[in-house]
Design a protein around this ligand. Structure first.
Ligand SMILES: [Zn+2]
Length: 61
């Protein structure tokens, strides 16, 4: 049985920050469906701007 926690950890292992390649911590989905991943550092830096641009921003942790 796969738990939600396991799925989340697998997601984190696979997804890397689009800016620096660090482990992903923030997931941003564009209005058109394109998605971006940022590390904790860049997620904090860009979340406000991404939300302003209409992205749906969620924390992977
Ligand atoms: Zn980063």
């Amino acid at each position: 049985m796969v738990t939600a926690a396991m799925e989340r950890s697998q997601l984190l292992d696979e997804q890397r920050c689009d800016r620096c390649g660090a482990r992903g911590a923030v997931h941003a989905i564009a209005p058109g469906g394109r998605d971006l991943v940022f590390c904790a550092h860049h997620g904090r830096e860009y979340a406000e701007q991404l939300r302003a641009d209409g992205f749906e921003v969620s924390d992977l942790n």
